[in-house]
Every structure is written in structure tokens, then in C-alpha cells.
Design a protein around this ligand. Structure first.
Ligand code: V47
Ligand code: SF4
Length: 385
């Protein structure tokens, strides 16, 4: 396409974004394939600041991966283990309680629970993980089980996914993380994780969760065998469900880490690709309030830069994260709140601690006590800050 025509297409899309109009699939593919990274960043920043002003959010959370034994063999995964392999583990109730105690000491407001699909554990074992956490600390928000796990529990019990979700809510589930989405398009999905829940199943489980009043997150795993248009297709499918339910809170682009995986010949995505995908996500997901730069996966420097390329959230002080570290991530497993504040302030943004549901967390005393304020968008104290 001649350069002059490209420029006029970019100008038209810019005008659309400025006036709050949605960007089409075709224009999304054009942006993904042809727009330069700074043009993408400018567009994404318009939407980011319109939705979240100058705030950059983080939360104080801990991760719990209760088992790494998994019946599936996703080619991108370095975390999973065979049952008999030396690295296989499955937590006991006491080990789970120990993680909750550690969360309490760290002042966490959330515990993020995902793991492998252990074929020898019955459904009750997974319900019990949630129950043990909830009984040990009822105020801790439990964000647990991806759509893929819920799909597996339905297979295990031969009960509908809605029933599975209801059992989890009864046990103390507060919301669902966004994992397992990978790339929805079957051209890619069938090659990287052929056995697990397909796109429609994943989306339908989130639809059902939203109907039950649960908020959920969403992700996309990029930087492996997918083409830019597969990313746009993925984003459009999420956007469509969000139009219907408004139940997604945030979207997290996840950069593929190749080490120790079946795709270790693929080089890790560059920082520029990370920023392009971040910006593209912000532009396409016009009905999502938040885009997360998961610092543990991106590294602190790219995550900080991403705050000017569409991202408004750095996730949390994530300790005991295994999925990326098994796949070669070299970031520390946890950042302190002071370090997160510094990253955010250096980026020219205002740090705001949020809880899982994007309500303002107000710390008291030495910080180990807190209370939950209003939803951030309505918080008078923050608006006047
Ligand atoms: O579904 C697995 C990804 C996901 C690799 O909801 C990999 O707040 C890169 O979903 N390289 C699980 N990625 C993690 C996840 C997540 C993370 C942070 C916040 C939230 C949230 C959700 O991790 C999996 C898969 O897409 N993954 N292996 C790898 N080698
Ligand atoms: Fe199992 Fe999840 Fe790894 Fe796939 S990504 S092999 S489902 S632990």
C-alpha cells in the first residue's frame, strides 16, 4: 500500500479513537501489522488517560499454585509435571494454610490460585483448596481457577460448568483469573494446546461466571506461533463477550517465555513487541476499563514503559510465582510496595493500591491494616488528590 494512503488510514483511525469510536477488526489488523510503535502508543495513551487519568494501579497479592501435576501437555508450558517426575508436587492443607499465613504477614488483599489439572485428585480436592483458604482468612479475596480448570472440573464431575462455579462460590471463590485463554483461533490453539477447553468453552464459562455475578479477568499468550491477525481476532472475541456481559475487569497480555518449553527454539518477544501488543490491546478493547502490564512477565523496565502504552495496572507484589520462573523469567519473584511506587512515580503516574475489584485500598498504621474504600472511579479522596 502506498505510504500516503497508509498515513491517511492512520489519520482516520486516530480521529476515530479521539472521538471514542470503535476500531474495526480490519483496522486492528492494519495497526498490528503496519503502524509504528509510537503511533500505537499515542492512540493507546489517549484511551488509557480517558479511562484512568494519571493513575497506575497495583495490588498486594500472593500466588498459590497448589499442584504442578497436569494431565495436559500445552507445548508452551514449562510449569507442568508428570505425576511421577521428581519436580511433581501437590500441597497439603497445612501448606496451603502456611501460604495464607504468609499472605497475611505481607498484608495481601488477594490470593491468586491456579495450577495443573491433577488427574488423580477428585473435584472435592479443588473445592477444598478454596475452602481451606476461606476458612483460614475469610477477608482474603480468592481469585481462583481459570476457565480451563473449570472446564476440567465439569469433565471430572460430569456436571455443568455452571454447577461447578456455584460449588466454588459456596466454598469462598471471589473472582476468576484470566488464564487459559492463550490464542482463541483454532489455527493456533489446536497446535499449542489442542486438548484443553476451546475458545467457545472458555468464553462460555466466563459468560456463566458473569451471569452469577463473578468478575473475571482475561489474557492472551503472544509471541509464539501466532500472527498479528490472530491477536486481533482474539481481542475482538473478548470485546464481543464484554459487550454482552460487562463482566471482565481487566485484560493481561502475557508474553511467551520459551525456556524449558516445547517451543524453546522461538526467541522471546522483544520489548518493542511487548509495547505494540500492549497498545493494540488498549486500542481494541474499548469496553475494558483496565489493561494490566504484568511486571513479573514483562520485567520491571518494560512494565514501567507500558504505563505510557495503554497499561494502567502493574498487578501485584507477586511472591511465589512459578509459571514464568519455570519458563526462564529472570525478574524477582516479588517487588516491595516501595519499589512498585518508585516504578510508577518515575513513569509520571500516581500509584494507587486497589483490591481485586478495583476498589481503593487505604492502609492504616504501619500498613498491615487496611480498609476498602470506594470503587476508584467514584472515590472522592482520589479525585481530589
Ligand atoms: O494460561 C504458561 C501462561 C497463564 C507460559 O488474571 C505462559 O490477574 C508465558 O493467566 N510463557 C497463567 N506464559 C497466568 C495467568 C495470569 C497471570 C497474571 C495475572 C492474571 C490475572 C492471570 O500463563 C496460562 C498461560 O497463558 N503461560 N506458560 C510461558 N512459558
Ligand atoms: Fe497444564 Fe496449564 Fe501447563 Fe497447559 S498451561 S500444561 S493446562 S499447567
Amino acid at each position: 500500500m502506498p505510504v500516503a494512503q497508509d498515513n491517511s488510514r492512520l489519520q482516520r483511525i486516530t480521529a476515530q479513537v479521539e472521538s471514542g469510536e470503535r476500531v474495526s477488526f480490519d483496522d486492528g489488523v492494519f495497526l498490528a501489522e503496519e503502524a509504528d510503535v509510537l503511533a500505537l502508543g499515542r492512540l493507546a495513551n489517549i484511551i488509557r488517560e480517558r479511562k484512568n487519568g494519571n493513575y497506575a494501579y497495583y495490588n498486594t497479592n500472593v500466588h498459590l499454585n497448589p499442584t504442578n501435576v497436569c494431565v495436559y501437555r500445552c507445548v508452551f508450558c514449562a510449569f507442568r509435571s508428570d505425576l511421577k517426575a521428581p519436580k511433581a508436587y501437590t500441597f497439603t492443607d497445612d501448606q496451603i494454610r502456611e501460604r495464607v499465613a504468609e499472605a497475611r504477614r505481607a498484608g495481601a488483599t488477594e490470593i491468586h490460585v491456579v495450577g495443573g489439572l491433577h488427574h488423580q485428585q477428585p473435584f472435592d480436592w479443588y473445592v477444598n483448596v478454596v475452602r481451606v483458604i476461606h476458612e483460614a482468612w475469610p477477608d482474603l479475596h480468592i481469585k481462583a481457577w481459570t476457565g480451563v480448570e473449570i472446564n476440567w472440573f465439569s469433565y471430572l464431575t460430569k456436571k455443568p460448568t455452571r454447577w461447578v462455579l456455584e460449588q466454588m462460590v459456596d466454598a469462598g471463590l471471589g473472582s476468576m483469573p484470566g488464564g487459559g485463554a492463550e490464542i482463541f483461533h483454532p489455527e493456533v490453539r489446536d497446535r499449542i494446546c489442542e486438548h484443553k477447553a476451546d475458545a467457545d468453552s472458555w468464553l462460555n464459562i466466563h459468560r456463566e461466571a458473569h451471569a452469577l455475578g463473578l468478575r473475571t479477568n482475561s489474557t492472551m499468550l503472544y509471541g509464539h506461533i501466532e500472527k498479528p491477525w490472530h491477536r486481533v481476532d482474539h481481542l475482538c472475541r473478548l470485546r464481543e463477550l464484554q459487550d454482552e456481559t460487562h463482566g471482565f475487569q481487566t485484560f493481561i497480555p502475557l508474553a511467551f517465555h520459551p525456556e524449558n518449553t516445547g517451543l524453546d527454539h522461538i526467541p522471546k518477544a522483544s520489548g518493542l513487541t511487548d509495547l505494540r501488543v500492549m497498545a493494540l490491546s488498549r486500542i481494541m478493547l474499548d469496553n475494558f476499563d483496565h489493561i494490566k502490564a504484568y511486571w513479573i512477565m514483562l520485567g520491571e523496565k518494560t512494565a514501567q514503559t507500558a504505563l505510557s502504552f495503554g497499561a494502567d495496572d502493574l498487578d501485584g507484589t507477586v511472591v511465589h510465582e512459578l509459571i514464568y520462573h519455570d519458563a526462564g523469567a529472570t525478574t524477582p519473584e516479588g517487588l516491595s510496595v516501595a519499589q512498585l511506587h518508585q516504578l510508577i512515580r518515575e513513569a509520571g503516574r500516581v500509584p494507587v493500591e486497589r483490591d481485586t475489584l478495583y476498589r481503593h485500598v487505604i492502609r492504616e498504621g504501619n500498613g498491615s491494616q487496611w480498609r476498602i474504600g470506594d470503587p476508584i472511579a467514584k472515590d472522592a479522596a482520589l479525585q481530589n488528590a
